[in-house]
Ligand binder design. Sequence first.
Ligand code: TZP
Ligand code: MG
Length: 210
Amino acid sequence: MAYDLYVITDEEIGRGLSHAEIARRAVAGGADVVQLREKRLSGRSFFNAAVAVREVTREAGALFIVNDRLDVALAAGADGVHLGATDLPIEQARRLAPPGFIVGASVGSVATAVLAAEEGADYVALSPTFSTTSKDDAGPGHGLATLSAVRSAVSLPLVAIGGITAGNVADVIAAGADGVAVISAVVGQDDVTAAARDLRSRIAAAKARS
Ligand code: TZP
Ligand code: MG
C-alpha cells in the first residue's frame, strides 16, 4: 500500500471546488491516497460527498480514506478511516470494520505512535509535523527529530502531516516518512494537478536518494 502522496480534501482551502473535483484533480497528478475531510456536513450530505470521492478514486486506483467517520467510510465503500485522539478508539473501529479495512491514526509522540500500533492501526500520521494554518487546533509542529524517533519506534507506514511543502518534502522523506499528507501544498494551489505531480516527483526523488 503506497502512502507516498496523500491528499486531503478541504473545500474551503480548495476555493469552491467540491471534494470530488479536488480528488479528481489530485489523482490526475498521481495522488496515491485521497482523504475526505469534511467538518461542516452532517450524515446524508457527508455520505453523498463520500460516494462521489469513492467513484473518482476507484477509477484512478487510488486509496480512499474518510476522516473521523467510520460509519460514512463503511457505507460509502471507502478503503479506510482516519481517526484522531477525539474520534472513535482504534480498537473499536478495528472491531467494527471488515478484514482489510484500513484504520489510520493521528499521533503526536513516540508513545502515542507505539500505542496506536498496539491497538491495531494500519498506519500512523505524525500530526502536525510542522505548524500549519489549515487546522485550527493543530498545535505546534513536532518537527523532524520526533518524526525520526517515531520512524525508529514503529514499523507501520508513517505519514507526515501538517505544513508539508515542496520546499521541505525531501527533508521529511529523508527523516523517515513513507509519505506526506497535505492540504494547502496541493489543494490550495491554482493548478491542483500540477502541484500533486510536482510533489510526487519530489517524493520519488527523495526516496531514490535514501
Ligand atoms: N491534521 C493535522 S495538520 C492538518 C491536518 C488535517 C492540516 C494539514 O494541512 P496543510 O495545509 O498541509 O498544513
Ligand atoms: Mg478526527
